[in-house]
Design a protein around this ligand. Structure first.
Ligand SMILES: [Zn+2]
Length: 242
């Protein structure tokens, strides 16, 4: 997947067919979900660790944060994917109606799309006719709307996948903070979290075909900031005796 700037060739971002593109999207969503789980749980447990060394308190806080975060991710993902699927279904219903009510106009429309892509009028017409005969709705959905009618994302799957990704990410700081000896738990958790973020940052940059170095710096600085801020707040709360 390594690319040098200026080298011709397919970029990792280039979709090779619908299912490849959608798998890539899932993978990126998973990595981002894991990232969220790492950063928010790390911030939480490091902040609590600034106030108390009691492991069961840390465990309870971490589990509560993990659960709330996973549910919030799942609900957010469910709502956003459902909304998208509703609008995709509405577009497909319109297309289906147009195909039924005015098939001649629709054939001209499809022919024009292929002409605009550079085919000769005769070839464009032949392509449009053959695709329409084979599966008119799929042909129009793909050409006009960029949708595959049989591959709409299931909101339940999307919700479950992002919750699982979040939990997997959250487990790292949670286990680190409760399993490590008290004297080193904060600095070692800090280091483990930043290492994991560097990894997820580089994976998601590669999947998206963007600069790995910049992505890693962004996510590591963001994670360090989250932990430093919550640790500082925890310290202040401890000093103030809250
Ligand atoms: Zn159409």
């Amino acid at each position: 997947m390594d690319r040098t700037i200026g080298t011709p060739g397919p970029s990792p971002h280039e979709p090779h067919g619908d299912s490849f593109a959608s798998r890539l999207n899932w993978l990126r969503a998973g990595v981002l979900g894991a990232n969220d789980g790492i950063v928010s749980t790390a911030g939480l447990v490091v902040g609590v660790a600034a106030v108390t060394t009691d492991t069961s308190t840390l465990l309870a806080a971490g589990i509560a944060g993990l659960t709330a975060g996973a549910i919030s991710m799942a609900v957010g993902e469910y709502v956003s994917v459902s909304t998208q699927r509703d609008s995709e279904r509405a577009l497909l219903a319109t297309e289906r109606r147009e195909l039924r009510d005015d098939p001649d106009y629709e054939l001209v429309e499809l022919t024009e799309i292929y002409r605009a892509k550079g085919l000769t009028p005769q070839t464009a017409r032949a392509v449009a006719e053959e695709l329409t005969a084979h599966d008119a709705l799929t042909a129009h959905a793909e050409a006009e709307l960029g949708l595959n009618p049989t591959e709409l994302t299931n909101p339940w799957w999307a919700a479950g996948a992002s919750a699982v990704a979040f939990v997997l990410g959250a487990l790292l700081p949670l286990l680190a903070i409760v399993l490590l000896p008290t004297s080193v738990r904060v600095p070692v958790t800090f280091a483990a979290v930043l290492t994991a973020l560097a990894l997820t940052g580089s994976v998601s940059a590669r999947l998206g075909g963007s600069s790995v170095g910049r992505a890693v710096v962004r996510v590591v600085v963001g994670g360090a900031l989250a932990m430093a801020v919550t640790y500082g707040i925890g310290e202040l709360a401890g000093v103030a005796g809250i």
